[in-house]
Design a binder for this molecule. Structure first.
Ligand SMILES: Nc1ncnc2c1ncn2[C@@H]1O[C@H](COP(=O)(O)OP(=O)(O)OP(=O)(O)O)[C@@H](O)[C@H]1O
Length: 265
């Protein structure tokens, strides 16, 4: 369903070009929950944003449902993107619109008529279990409630794919779990394919079918979650999964930060 073919992303910055993604190829199947795990700076955001072309890969191709997105005109890309919803760590809701109108927004852009729009919004509010909050503004909601509304908005146009960019990172463990359960339900009930990035291995463990481990712009290991977690083959994966060393993530992030020049061309 999603095929990334030899994706490389180079950011051009004043201080020098940064090689953020190094020749990554991935094949994500319809109906799966696919996790991409890595420390800060590994390239997770860049990679997930390449899937809907929020970031244009410098080299390589992105295929979604047998359409090469990298070749499309702006207007055709806009059409294809309706099939790809996205949620973010900080929710990205419109603060001037209430819950109902936030969910209405993508439907308005898609030209959906008011009656049909209202029906769809009610369905989505029920799906995320927040029908009673429809007149509230984002500032009147908790983080977990905001993320639920962001999920409802992302699903408004019935996308087949949902991209999740650290969607539970700002939430406490219990709220995070409830959001992950909601994502699992959306995958199971609606068949939406989910691609998520996270630095938290418990997120991968809780809901993903397959995982890719990203280290400094490259995938060092990939496979079914139970297999990768029970017998990691790559030394870097073993290091990250070492539960006896809870500081590994922090140490690895610092190392990557210090040696960032490795990624500079
Ligand atoms: N717009 C940009 N211009 C220049 N360099 C960038 C840009 N965006 C990201 N980078 C660099 O690309 C590399 C990968 O960044 P990216 O944000 O994709 O990593 P990440 O794994 O998502 O990190 P985090 O978990 O901290 O968000 C980093 O070295 C980062 O500094």
């Amino acid at each position: 369903m999603i095929n990334l073919n030899n994706i490389t992303k180079i950011y051009e910055a004043k201080e020098g070009n940064v090689l953020a993604i190094k020749n990554i190829s991935l094949n994500i199947k319809k109906g799966e929950i696919y996790g991409i795990m890595g420390v800060s700076g590994a390239g997770k955001s860049t990679l997930i944003r390449c899937i809907n072309l929020l970031e244009k890969p410098t080299y390589g191709e992105v295929w979604v449902n047998n359409v090469n997105l990298t070749n499309l005109s702006t207007s055709l890309l806009r059409e294809e993107r309706k099939n790809i919803g996205m949620i973010f760590q900080h929710y990205n809701l419109l603060s001037s619109r209430n819950v109902f109108d936030n969910i209405a927004y993508p439907l308005e852009l898609a030209g959906v008529k008011k009656q049909e729009r209202n029906k769809r919004i009610e369905e989505l509010l029920n799906l995320v279990d927040l029908a009673d909050k429809k007149n509230h503004y984002p500032s009147q909601l908790s983080g977990g409630q905001r993320q639920r509304i962001a999920i409802a908005r992302a699903l408004a146009t019935n996308p087949q794919i949902l991209l999740s960019d650290e969607s539970t990172s700002a939430l406490d463990p219990i709220t995070s779990r409830s959001i992950l359960e909601l994502l699992k339900e959306i995958n199971g009930r609606l068949g939406v394919t989910i691609v998520l990035i996270t630095h938290q291995m418990e997120v991968i463990e809780q809901i993903c079918h397959r995982v890719a481990v990203l280290q400094d712009g490259s995938i060092v290991e990939e496979g079914p979650v139970n297999k990768v977690f029970s017998s990691p083959q790559n030394p870097y994966t073993r290091l990250l999964l070492d539960k006896n060393d809870s500081n590994t993530y922090i140490k690895e992030s610092i190392k990557l930060f210090k040696t960032k020049k490795v990624g500079v061309l």
